[in-house]
Design a protein. Structure first.
Length: 572
């Protein structure tokens, strides 16, 4: 593993790309008659480069996304700064294209040692609008979304069921709920909603745990940071999480009137000494009620089983998901749910600082840890894993695994990893075969995944510490067929979170659930994506909404984003 290289110069490759870009601009002006008309607002300021033959291509410098996640300090000096931030793909203006929201650090008198650090003078969270041509435009000021707290995670959900996605930001300090007004602007409704808190919040997730049609919110809190505490001799840089008191997580119930109630103790999810990092929610036992998983730093992880909306029971230890394969409590980061073996049961991947954990769902409330047998552990062992998500990057009909890496206590870069699902329970690290990007070293943290350019394959945006984030365009996934489902709830919550989907094509079934946050501090494409291989038609799509209503669609054409409305479903 190489140390992070100095990127203050232009490589020969970069110069070559710039020359090609200029040539493309000149050539494009000669054939302007073939270009679609564009308004000043939507016209790209740069020309996207053609495919370089890689599966994933770094196109950040052409995308219009100008963002560097700062730690708010001159040097990485504590755990909170190291945790980094997240990103979210969302369609805030409901125009059918994925916009991008990213959280930023900032100078904080409790965390930061150097308030003169030049990078924090104008730092804030950013919202970038998708211009429908592969590029983005910074609309932070226009939309009033530039929170200047010390941002950590971001989770997106339509908490008031008005048809427009709202943004919840986890901060070191008071959290923020940005209500989407539906007119291109957001309003900070945190105080009225009653979900601010004043802790060190990291991961969070929207879910409708009681199936009343409104999204509730689980917020994972981290440590009670003490800036005065430090090791006398600290060869690793600064104290670890067990040097500080933990902080209980919070479960907020949506009252349906724009306010929330803290029901943490009432719902039996109160634990005084938690150290949450990633948080996820899915119905792991297919009983129709969404459960919660919390990955904790250096301590046992939680799997809260939902007892029909009346309370939760921690089954982390009994299910086999509390520890890694050798019974260790690791530095757990991401929470990624997905049915990687297509057996109808949601599996779970947890990234960490060692071999990571691939928990295969056995179907009886028990999971088997498969990271070594699946071929993942050895490849992960030399990296510190942060964000991770199950994605079908090549649209072959099974879920692969994308993992973001970065050194824990130093600003040293590491290569990210892509694991190919072989369809037999095994994964192969194909990173170096899928693009030059996977030889770049970055201090990665959060990441979101989705089809940002609506071309039928899954792209990625990755947040890095103290360096530009990366937009990766998928160039080849759409060589296979695909379909994406946009769910619109009616009796259920508007986002359809908690909906279970069974898709059959070419004699093969796939299973998915509509979930909120995924991976680490981030939110993926709100549309549920399926790769179809060579199948041009989907035989059947079976939908079970949280309300219990069901739908079946037959002989559906591939290659489209299909809107499915609960209002057209059958009442149970």
């Amino acid at each position: 593993m190489r140390k992070k290289s100095n990127r203050k110069y232009l490589s020969i490759t970069t110069v070559s790309i710039l020359i090609l870009s200029v040539f493309s601009l000149i050539l494009g002006s000669c054939h302007s008659g073939n270009k679609p008309s564009a308004t000043p607002e939507t016209e790209a300021k740069t020309v996207l480069p053609p495919s370089n033959g890689d599966y994933f291509q770094n196109i950040t410098q052409y995308s219009g996304i100008d963002f560097v996640r700062t730690i708010g300090d001159e040097h990485l000096s504590n755990l909170v700064e190291s945790d980094g931030g997240g990103a979210a793909f969302l369609d805030y203006d409901q125009d059918g294209y994925l916009d991008l929201y990213v959280t930023n650090g900032n100078y904080n008198p409790i965390l930061s040692r150097n308030k003169e650090h030049p990078d924090v003078k104008d730092t804030e969270n950013k919202l970038f609008r998708n211009l429908h041509n592969g590029t983005y435009q910074d609309v932070t000021k226009k939309t009033k979304t530039g929170d200047r707290g010390y941002g950590m995670g971001v989770t997106v959900g339509d908490f008031d069921n008005n048809g427009y996605p709202d943004i919840y930001i986890s901060n070191f300090g008071p959290n923020v709920l940005l209500k989407n007004n539906g007119n291109g602007t957001f309003s900070d409704v945190s105080k009225r909603a009653g979900i601010q808190g004043n802790e060190c919040s990291v991961g969070a997730v929207w879910l409708d745990y009681d199936k009343d049609g409104y999204l509730d919110l689980y917020v994972g809190n981290y440590i009670t940071f003490d800036p005065k505490y430090n090791y006398y001799y600290a060869p690793d840089g600064f104290p670890g999480p067990m040097a500080y008191d933990g902080t209980p997580d919070v479960l907020y119930h949506n009252n349906g009137d724009g306010t929330f109630t803290d029901v943490t103790k009432e719902m039996n999810v109160y634990k005084k000494d938690g150290r949450a990092m990633g948080v996820g929610a899915a119905d792991y036992d297919n009983d129709g009620w969404v459960d919660i998983y919390v990955s904790n730093d250096h301590m046992v992880n939680y799997l809260y089983h939902n007892n029909q909306g009346k309370g939760f029971e921690d089954r982390g230890i009994s299910s086999g998901t509390a520890f890694n394969q050798v019974g260790e409590a690791t530095i757990s980061m991401s929470v990624a749910f997905g049915d990687y073996n297509n057996d109808g049961l949601m599996d779970l991947f947890v990234s960490d600082n060692v071999y990571c954990s691939l928990h295969m769902n056995e179907g009886n409330g028990v999971f088997s840890e498969m990271s070594y047998k699946a071929g993942i552990a050895a490849a992960c062992g030399q990296f510190v894993g942060w964000a991770s998500s199950f994605i079908d990057y090549d649209n072959d009909g099974d879920l692969d695994l994308f993992k973001v890496n970065g050194e824990l206590k130093h600003l040293y870069g590491q290569e990210d990893q892509l694991f190919e699902n072989e369809g037999n329970g095994k994964f192969v690290d194909v990173s170096t075969d899928r693009g030059a990007y996977f030889q770049e070293e970055h201090v990665g943290r959060g990441a979101c995944f989705g089809d940002y350019d609506n071309d039928g394959d899954i792209d990625a945006y990755i947040v890095n510490l103290e360096e530009p984030g990366v937009l990766l365009r998928n160039n080849k996934g759409n060589e296979n067929h695909w379909i994406s489902l946009l769910l619109i709830g009616d009796t259920s919550n508007r986002d359809g979170i908690g909906t279970r989907i069974t898709l059959s094509a070419g004699g093969r079934k796939q299973y998915a659930q509509k979930i909120s946050s995924s991976g680490y501090l981030s939110t993926n494409d709100p549309r549920v994506h399926f790769g179809l291989g060579q199948n041009t038609t989907v035989d059947t799509i079976d939908i079970i909404w949280p309300s219990g209503k069901t739908q079946r669609l037959e002989n559906v054409k591939a290659g489209q984003v299909l809107t499915i409305k609960e209002s057209e479903a059958k009442t149970p």
